[in-house]
Design a protein around this ligand. Structure first.
Ligand SMILES: [Zn+2]
Length: 77
């Protein structure tokens, strides 16, 4: 009898761990609503990065705070 309880406990522990490790299931409705990743160009170095990771000021985008401080790159000769 004790063995049976022991095994049930193990099964529950495994299920609990599985739930903890496994990422939350994504609902189809939410993924469908996900907006397309908009790429923007850093006005200083010209690198492209997702808009949600870029720092924007007005209509200019920068890849980092340092480039934001330095401002737009001078025109290429
Ligand atoms: Zn940059």
């Amino acid at each position: 009898m004790i063995r049976l309880i022991f095994w049930i406990a193990i099964v529950f522990a495994v299920l609990w761990l599985w739930r903890k490790i496994k990422p939350a299931p994504q609902r189809p409705g939410r993924t469908g609503e996900a907006q397309p990743l908009l790429m923007v160009r850093c006005a200083h170095c010209g690198v492209h990065l997702p808009q949600n990771r870029a720092i924007g000021t007005g209509n200019q985008w920068y890849c980092s705070q340092a480039h934001l401080n330095e401002g737009p790159a001078p025109r290429e000769r």
